[in-house]
Design a protein around this ligand. Structure first.
Ligand SMILES: CC(C)(COP(=O)(O)OP(=O)(O)OC[C@H]1O[C@@H](n2cnc3c(N)ncnc32)[C@H](O)[C@@H]1OP(=O)(O)O)[C@@H](O)C(=O)NCCC(=O)NCCS
Length: 324
């Protein structure tokens, strides 16, 4: 039996850290009122990393990819598949995956982007797993990367305080030993109204709304429901009960959603990786950033079972259960 095993991870955050007080002061100068207290108590977010103007998703992704490749101990030339998840690509085309391929000096094999907003990394990981298990790729780079600040409306306090920028990546390799055990992806396009950035570039102009819009309460309710169902499905598929999960690495949108989910699944807080306090919601980058943080500080160890979950615009959601 052929598996895809995670053999390395890496991440990169833009150096500029903006805490809630600094953000509140900056927004006050635009007559937008918020506070550390409001942001922290509703979301658990204390700070976020924001890219400087002109910094692109491919630049963040390239740094995360290089760190993952070094961690895996492979060469970029070994890669025969690159999948990058983002909602903030550098260009309409080429894909950001192709830009990263050129930046890291990889050649050959497929490179493409996946667009599933905050579920993007989980979608990309499940896709790469399918390629590897089918024998269509041997060594895959999977990236989640965003300059999400570029699609925020800084006059809308109900959304602009929630997000940040960053990138995370993993290297998957074909292995006879169990790696990814099960994966589950879902979408419900009829819910597109709860979270979207419904604009595009057409005939030389931005058409529609280029900024993210969200019905926060609707997203909250949907997220908790779909993530708990999805977790149960992947654990059944893999034959690993939720009580035997060593780490839950959920999408990092909001600490209240994460805590609610943990309680619903019976996973204690000590087994949940949380980075939303420091990174805010980095959309497709949030899960690989959290995974990499917990691998590097020694919490996630080889042989452990890790449940990764994404949820976001589309509406999309999904889970991947991996043995590390
Ligand atoms: C966004 C979220 C934090 C808002 O919390 P909430 O308790 O639902 O708050 P509401 O939207 O009901 O707003 C409550 C009040 O706070 C105000 N408010 C909104 N944003 C604010 C901010 N940044 N600072 C201060 N006040 C704010 C609202 O205007 C409203 O005021 P009003 O009662 O006078 O009208 C919450 O709904 C949430 O976390 N949703 C999930 C979002 C998410 O995770 N999205 C990403 C998924 S991928």
């Amino acid at each position: 039996m052929q598996y895809a095993k995670i053999i390395g991870s890496g991440s990169f955050l833009p150096p500029r850290v903006v805490d809630n007080n600094e953000l509140a002061a900056e927004l006050a100068s635009r007559n937008v009122e918020t506070s550390h207290e409001w942001i922290f108590t509703r979301t658990g977010i204390s700070q976020r990393h924001l890219a400087d103007n002109g910094v692109t998703t491919s630049q963040l992704a390239t740094k995360a990819a290089q760190a993952a490749i070094a961690d895996a101990g492979i060469n970029a030339s070994d890669l025969d598949l690159i999948i990058l998840a983002t909602s903030t690509p550098d260009y309409v085309f080429p894909s950001t995956a192709c830009l990263v391929q050129a930046n890291i000096g990889a050649k050959g094999g497929a490179a493409f982007d996946v667009q599933a907003v905050c579920s993007g990394f989980v979608y990309a990981l499940a896709t790469a797993d399918a390629f590897v298990r089918a024998g269509r790729a041997k060594t895959a780079l999977v990236i989640g990367a965003e300059v999400f600040s570029s699609i925020l409306d800084w006059s809308d306090r109900s959304t602009c305080v929630l997000f940040g920028d960053g990138a995370g990546a993993v290297v998957l390799q074909a292995s006879s030993e169990p790696g990814i055990l099960s994966a589950q992806l879902n979408a419900d396009g009829s819910q597109m109204g709860v979270l979207n950035a419904a604009g595009n570039v057409s005939h030389g102009k931005v058409v529609g709304d280029p900024f993210l819009r969200m019905d926060g309460q609707a997203v909250f309710k949907l997220a908790v429901t779909v993530l708990s169902e999805s977790a149960k499905q992947v654990s059944e598929q893999a034959g690993i009960s939720l009580s035997n999960i060593d780490w839950l690495v959920p999408h990092q949108a909001n600490l209240r959603i994460i805590n609610f989910l943990g309680r619903k699944l019976g996973v204690p807080e000590s087994k949940v990786v949380v980075t939303v306090d420091k990174h805010a919601n980095t959309s497709a980058a949030s899960v690989p950033l959290a995974l990499d943080a917990a691998r590097r500080d020694g919490r996630i160890k080889p042989g452990q079972h890790v449940l990764m979950q994404g949820v976001g615009g589309g509406f999309t959601w999904g889970s991947v259960l991996a043995r590390m």
